[in-house]
Design a protein around this ligand. Structure first.
Ligand code: NAP
Length: 212
């Protein structure tokens, strides 16, 4: 595939670029401020910043280029706009709050556990440069659980991306925890999304769980 990689110089982008090449793709790396043109690409991948992702994805979809977006901070209005534009242009747009397969399993196991232990709280811990809080993964996990689940956000040096779901019952506590130690954790999920992109329906698909 010919892939436009938006945010290629970032922490995720720099882990992703070499792996996309290794997998046999042609990659056009784009860093902030660079001129770029979606034309001629089979797909675009966006790991940039919350204030850049909407414009980037709309530009690609508008040019008829399907997108995979991992940048967090997208709200319901952004997602609705992506869905409408992707349908109009007859291409797929895939967005996931977390591309780590283990994190998706954590969400699935937490939803299963909450059927029996419905009192839950979430602690999400990330590196201090993360711009948004709570994390997209924590918000998606909370939505999959019953009730109004409190989320606690920690931003400290030394952390990458970590989350605990604590489920309390009488005399017991179940903790479901996922740790991302390096950005390599997101690569298999992005490769899976790119592989599935051509067979996804036109419009928006959200969440890696819909591909697993
Ligand atoms: P990062 O290290 O700050 O990388 C972002 C990169 O994008 C930087 O090189 C930045 O350049 C560049 N950039 C900013 N605006 C751009 C634009 N308009 N066009 C092209 N490039 C642009 O951040 P990161 O840790 O890689 O994370 C990127 C995003 O992905 C964040 O929103 C993060 O929360 C999210 N994320 C999602 C997942 C997931 O699984 N869904 C996993 C990890 C991270 P400058 O440095 O010059 O601004």
């Amino acid at each position: 595939m010919r892939i436009l990689l938006l945010g290629a110089g970032g922490k995720v982008g720099s882990a992703l670029g070499p792996r996309l090449l290794e997998a046999g793709n042609d990659v056009t790396p784009v860093e902030r401020g660079a001129e770029w043109d979606p034309a001629g690409h089979d797909a675009a991948v966006d790991f940039t910043r919350p204030d850049a992702v909407r414009g980037n994805v709309e530009r690609c979809l508008g040019a008829g280029v399907p997108c995979v977006a991992g940048t967090t901070g997208l709200g319901p209005a952004d997602l609705a706009a992506f869905d409408a534009l992707a349908r109009e242009r007859g291409v797929a747009c895939f967005v996931a709050p977390n591309f780590a397969l283990g994190a998706v399993l954590m969400m699935r196991f937490a939803a299963e556990a909450a059927r029996h232990l419905p009192r839950a709280e979430i602690v999400e811990l990330h590196h201090e440069a993360k711009l948004d809080a709570p994390s997209g993964t924590a918000r998606a996990t909370a939505q999959a659980l019953p009730g109004n689940v409190p989320i606690h956000s920690v931003r400290l040096p030394g952390l990458v991306a970590h989350q605990e779901v604590l489920l309390g019952g009488e005399g017991q506590l179940l903790t479901i925890r996922h740790d991302t130690f390096s950005r390599e954790a997101f690569v298999p999920g992005v490769l899976l999304a790119l592989e599935r992109l051509p067979s996804l329906p036109a419009g928006l698909t959200v969440g890696l769980e819909s591909l697993m």
